[in-house]
Design a protein around this ligand. Sequence first.
Ligand code: FMN
Length: 363
Amino acid sequence: MFHSLFQPCRLKSLTLENRIVMAPMTRTFAPGGVPTREIADYYRRRVEGGVGLIISEGAVVDRPAARNHPGIPLFHGTQALDGWGQVIAEVHRAGGKMGPQIWHVGPEPGYRTEWMPDGKIESPSGLLEQGRPRGSAMTEEDIADTIAAFASAAASARALGFDVLEIHGAHGYLIDKFFQPETNLRTDRYGGESLKQRSRFAAELIRSVRHAVGPDFPLILRVSQWKSGDFDYRLARTPQELGDWLMPLVEAGVDVLHCSQRRFWEAAFPEVDGERGLNLAGWAKKTTGATTITVGSVGIRPEPGCEHRLDLTGLCRRLDREEFDLVAVGRAILSDPGWPMKLRAGDLDAVTSFDPAHVATLA
Ligand SMILES: Cc1cc2nc3c(=O)[nH]c(=O)nc-3n(C[C@H](O)[C@H](O)[C@H](O)COP(=O)(O)O)c2cc1C
């Protein structure tokens, strides 16, 4: 069943067996920032369950305040990198493909924790959001060091044998804070009136990362219109603005745009092509020509009053029309590692549905 989800997909010289990607999900189960044996087993179970590509939970680059919870894994330092080496070895032994998501949270506070990092919290202009100071405005030296930290993490990902790399540029974290006019008030070359000008930090970072991993390594960038704390936020108000934002990033070296939405069936610009129009991944593909991943409530039981049904025929229709290339699945795979295999077999009754209580365990 759902034949279109089970077609192979090529990313440069990498071939994925199917179109299902495990979405990055922070689990905060890494004591001291070091991935454990349990984490390696958790990812291996998703390979055994049939997922085509795993994107890891966000793992942070080597900056003093890059994370906002002590259980978030690091992607630097011998111990943490050894832990990641164990993770990718386990995934490969089971026949899977995987890339880490590398991350810097910027000024975003941690979810349900009072924990504070030791170092200085940093952001483009010392703002969490409009009129809400948090952290210090980054100096040009901070910017250069942050870009170097991303490039170093990228080089480590490749050296450890990961298959792809994802950069987290979404949801209001550090890179995204540069895109937003409310939080990037800089008057140097990293700020400016247009989205294209404010994309400069990301473009320089991507160029450095591309240089670190070489030309053939698939590089994914996660982007979103919505922000933590503001689900209705729209960074690009028109398809033209979307192109102005994303095209320089693709030109800088991104192969795949991972377009984060809360519900994949929602049109990104309904005023242009209607309520059933292209979603964000659809428009990102149309305006840049890049490979795209969609995501958002795939396999999640609809909320009361929501018309969307659990069945995935609408999703497959969009995939058949090549509106996007890959489909990321978060909570459904968090709750049931075997979700892809069960879907393929049409055995939907056997699926363990997502329950928020599952987030507290690493099953
Ligand atoms: C527990 C949890 C942790 C998450 N952590 C991350 C993260 O580290 N990085 C990220 O880009 N998105 C993160 N997300 C968002 C997911 O990747 C995904 O976009 C979102 O859950 C919607 O997909 P779904 O409806 O299939 O779950 C997280 C989501 C959940 C539920």
